[in-house]
Design a protein around this ligand. Structure first.
Ligand SMILES: Cc1ncc(COP(=O)(O)O)c(C=O)c1O
Length: 407
C-alpha cells in the first residue's frame, strides 16, 4: 500500500501565477450571514466548528466495524484539534465509548476537572509524583518499565490497587517494553497487590510486512501469559489504521483517533467501503480584504506570486499560527460561497491569500472554508491537493481558536 500517513507528500502542483494588487472594497463593510460572535474573537477571526452529529455518526461506524467492541477514544493532542474537553463531553454519553486515551498529564487532569467520569488512560510518561496525582484522579497509567516498587508505594498510600495498561513494543521501536522482555515485566507487575492489569496494548508500525509479525509477537506474549493464568484485561492494538487494515487484531477493544473525527488517515481508505467517515470539524474564517492586482504586481513575502493579468485576490485572516499549513500554497483550495479558490503566494503567520480571478466574486466578510465536511473541501482533499498530512491539518490547530459546536 502507498503510505502517506503523517508525512508530507510530494508537492503536487505549484500554482501558475496570474494577476496583481490594486483596488480595494469599502472598509468597514459588514460581514454577511455571520455566525454569532464568540467571546472576544473578531467575527473575521478563524474559528473551528464541531459537527456533533458527524462525530456520533463516526462512533456508530467504528462500533459497527469493530463488531460492537468497546472504543477507547484517542483524544490526545487536544482531541486532534477539536478541543479535549469538547470532544470528551460529546463522546462520553455514547455507549460504545469505553474511555479516553491522552498523552499529556495536563489533558488527563483537565478532563477530570471538567467532570469526565469514564476511564482515562495516560499514555505519556510520568514520575512517581505524577503517578500519585494521576491515580488520585482515577487516571490509569500506561506502563512499560519496571515501576512495580513505585506502584507499591503509591498504592499503599491510597489503600487500593492501581488499574493500568501495559504497552508492549512488538516492532515500532518507541515506547513499550520490548516483546522479548514483556512476559517477565507483565508477570512481575500482575503479581503485585498494588496492580490491576486492565489492558495490554501495542502499536502497529503500519508496514504491511512488519504488521503481521507484530500481531504474531503480541499473540505469542499474550498466549504465554494467559497460559500462566495471568489476567491481562483487554488486549488492544487497533488505531484508525488497524481498523481499516487489521480486523484480525481488533482483540477486545479498538483505539482509534483520526477515524473518530471522521477523517480517513490514508487516501486509500476513502474508497475501501469499510467505514463511511464524516469529518466532524471545520476550519473557517472571513474574507478580510479583496483587491485587484494589475499585471506585474505581486502578493506575499518575496513576491511569491506575480500577476500576469488583472486578477482579484482575497486575503483571509488565517495563517500557519492558526494551524493552516504553509504547504497550502502547493495546491490547496479554499471554499468561498459555492466555489473553490486556489491559495497563492505564501501562507504567513496570520494571512492567506486566494486567487479569485478576473471578477471580484467575493467580498469582505464572506465565510471562507479552509476545510470541512463537504466533498472537495474535506481534510483529505486538502491533503491530496497540497501534501499536508491530515494529522497536520487537524492536530496543529491553535488551541486558542474559538470552537463552536453545531448540529
Ligand atoms: C498509542 C496510540 N494508539 C492509538 C492512536 C490513534 O491513532 P489514529 O489517530 O491514527 O487512529 C495513536 C495516535 O497516534 C497512538 O499513539
Amino acid at each position: 500500500m502507498h503510505r502517506s500517513r503523517r508525512r508530507f507528500l510530494q508537492a503536487v502542483s505549484l500554482l501558475a501565477s496570474a494577476g496583481l494588487p490594486r483596488a480595494i472594497l469599502a472598509a468597514g463593510q459588514q460581514p454577511s450571514a455571520a455566525p454569532p460572535l464568540v467571546g472576544r474573537a473578531s467575527s473575521f477571526d478563524p474559528w473551528i466548528e464541531i459537527h456533533a452529529a458527524n462525530l456520533r455518526h463516526n462512533v456508530r461506524e467504528i462500533a459497527t466495524r469493530a463488531a460492537g467492541r468497546p472504543i477507547l477514544a484517542v483524544i490526545k493532542n487536544n482531541a486532534y484539534g477539536m478541543g479535549v474537553t469538547d470532544a470528551a463531553r460529546l463522546l462520553e454519553p455514547l455507549t460504545p465509548i469505553d474511555g479516553f486515551a491522552v498523552v499529556k498529564m495536563q489533558e488527563a487532569i483537565t478532563l477530570r476537572d471538567a467532570g469526565v467520569r469514564k476511564p482515562i488512560l495516560l499514555m505519556g510518561p510520568f514520575d512517581e509524583a505524577n503517578l500519585a496525582e494521576a491515580t488520585a484522579r482515577n487516571v490509569s497509567p500506561m506502563v512499560y518499565t519496571p515501576v512495580g516498587d513505585a506502584l507499591d508505594r503509591v498504592s499503599a498510600k491510597r489503600q487500593r490497587a492501581i488499574p493500568l495498561h501495559i504497552c508492549i513494543d512488538t516492532g515500532i521501536g518507541r515506547v513499550g517494553v520490548p516483546h522479548t522482555q514483556a512476559v517477565s515485566l507483565v508477570r512481575d507487575l500482575a503479581a503485585r497487590k498494588s496492580v490491576r492489569v486492565d489492558g495490554v496494548m501495542m502499536t502497529f508500525a503500519e508496514d504491511p510486512d512488519l504488521d503481521k509479525e507484530q500481531i504474531r509477537r503480541f499473540q505469542s506474549v499474550c498466549g504465554d501469559l494467559e497460559q500462566q493464568k495471568i489476567v491481562l484485561g483487554r488486549k488492544h492494538t487497533a488505531s484508525s489504521f488497524g481498523l481499516f487494515q487489521h480486523p484480525a487484531a481488533f482483540f477486545d477493544m479498538v483505539r482509534p483517533g483520526m477515524a473518530l473525527y471522521g477523517v480517513y488517515s490514508e487516501q486509500e481508505f476513502r474508497t475501501m467501503g469499510a467505514m463511511d467517515l464524516r469529518p466532524a470539524m471545520a476550519l473557517r474564517a472571513r474574507v478580510a480584504y479583496v483587491k485587484l492586482l494589475k499585471p506585474g504586481e505581486s502578493a506575499g513575502y518575496s513576491r511569491a506570486y506575480v500577476a500576469r493579468e488583472d486578477v482579484w485576490v482575497a486575503t483571509l485572516p488565517v495563517g500557519h499560527a492558526d494551524g493552516w499549513p504553509r504547504a497550502a500554497t502547493k495546491g490547496a483550495r479554499v471554499r468561498i460561497g459555492a466555489d473553490l479558490y486556489p491559495v497563492i503566494a505564501s501562507v504567513s503567520a496570520s494571512h492567506t491569500i486566494v486567487e479569485i480571478g478576473r471578477e471580484p466574486r467575493v467580498k469582505i466578510g464572506d465565510v471562507a472554508t479552509l476545510w470541512d465536511w463537504q466533498a472537495g473541501s474535506r481534510p483529505e482533499d486538502v491533503s491530496a491537493a497540497c501534501g499536508a498530512s491530515v494529522y497536520d491539518l487537524t492536530m496543529h490547530l491553535n488551541p486558542l481558536l474559538p470552537r463552536r459546536v453545531i448540529a
